[in-house]
Design a protein around this ligand. Structure first.
Ligand code: NAD
Length: 341
């Protein structure tokens, strides 16, 4: 380990040691990984979610199954006991969930209701600091038309024009968190995540995102066949490995930066090239069949200028390293499912 990494590790450990933390959405992909890391850092962690994590036993000291849209559930569980809250609960999914239009009302209503409840209880109970997970989906569509040159710097968010209702809700909630910090004695830390992926994420329930869906398709495909990819495959994205995402959350919470900040990777790749990378990792001979489907904007990648400067945070995992770990995990799940059937 380099000297800087050891220093950061020690500083983070001291910051978190003995803290009492509430993780909302602790049964979800990021919340589950985050809870594990907070436990490793010596925190007492309480999690709330509609469900337990699907693929592992939660690391939380206490896990409450509860619906955060219900004010009574929030009143019972968001109490003065906690040093910090990490809010990751949201109604969300990949392109097949967000961009079809079929879930628009639920996406907006459910997540807004959750955030309204949580913030009012956090303010009432004098919680000192709260983390909110926003999204790259807040960025305006018109800045992401060119797959080779998308603009996603934090200041480009306005004038606003997200390409999904999911993005509009995130933007509204960002503003509500910022307003809470302005009017009340609560510090807010807001991350705009860009496509987080890794092991222990959903891969086959209709809410999976591109990296998990591609890994599953490649794992399931017979050699010398093809896989379907939505769109013409020239759309570009960047993908952030979960360990780097959790590092980013912890760095943001320890910082004094009170505005939205990108937590993503700057390693941009087209979806077809990403699929080819996974096919190579799988050591299979598969062709790509580009078909019609929901794709979102033409190009999107993180701009980490502020995260580098304000948080001293840099992703450590290359896409090839991260997707290799993820593919091997999904391949194992696919094999287990096939055996069970
Ligand atoms: P996820 O869907 O795996 O986790 C969200 C969790 O919230 C789920 O476990 C779900 O059951 C829970 N939840 C939903 N409604 C709830 C309710 N009414 N009461 C209690 N719990 C409820 O998503 P994730 O990938 O872990 O994302 C975490 C956060 O980060 C979300 O807010 C998401 O919008 C945001 N985000 C994620 C990504 C990404 O690539 N993963 C990108 C941008 C933003």
């Amino acid at each position: 380990m380099q000297l800087n990494a050891i220093y950061l590790y020690v500083v983070t450990f001291i910051y978190y040691l003995m803290k009492k933390i509430l993780v909302l959405g602790a049964g979800g992909f990021v919340g589950n990984h985050l809870a594990t890391r907070l436990k490793q850092n010596g925190c007492y962690v309480v999690g709330i979610d509609l469900k337990f994590p699907e693929f592992n036993k939660s690391s939380c000291d206490k896990f409450i199954i509860g619906d955060l849209r219900r004010l009574d559930i929030c009143e019972q569980n968001i109490t003065t006991d906690f040093d910090e809250i990490y809010q990751l609960a949201a109604d969300m999914g990949g392109a097949g969930y967000i961009f079809t239009g079929e879930n628009d009302f639920n996406l907006m209503h459910n997540s807004a209701q959750i955030n309204l409840n949580i913030l009012s209880l956090a303010i009432k109970n004098n919680i000192k600091k709260i983390f909110y997970s926003s999204s790259a989906c807040i960025y305006p569509k018109h800045n992401q038309m060119d797959p080779d040159n998308p603009t996603c710097s934090e200041q480009s968010a306005y004038p606003a024009d997200p390409d999904s209702e999911y993005g509009w809700e995130k933007l509204f909630s960002e503003r509500m968190y910022l307003a809470a910090a302005k009017n009340y004695n609560i510090q807010v830390r807001i991350a705009r995540f860009h496509n987080v992926y890794g092991p222990l994420g959903v891969f086959n329930n209709g809410k999976e995102k591109a990296p998990a869906a591609l890994c599953r398709k490649v794992a399931e495909a017979e050699n010398n066949t093809s896989i379907d990819i939505w769109g013409n495959g020239s759309q570009t994205r960047s993908f952030l490995f979960i360990d780097d995402c959790v590092n980013g959350i912890l760095a943001l919470m320890q910082s004094s930066y009170g505005y939205p900040v990108n937590i993503g990777s700057e390693e941009k790749i087209s979806i077809n090239d990403f699929a080819k990378m996974i096919i190579r990792i799988a050591d299979k001979n598969l062709s790509i069949n580009n078909i019609n489907g929901p794709v979102g904007v033409n190009g999107r990648t993180s701009d980490n200028t502020i995260a580098n400067k304000e948080l001293n945070w840099y992703p450590q995992t290359t896409l090839e390293q991260g997707i290799t770990k993820t593919f091997l995990w999904i391949q194992e799940q696919v094999k287990m499912l096939a055996t069970a059937n």
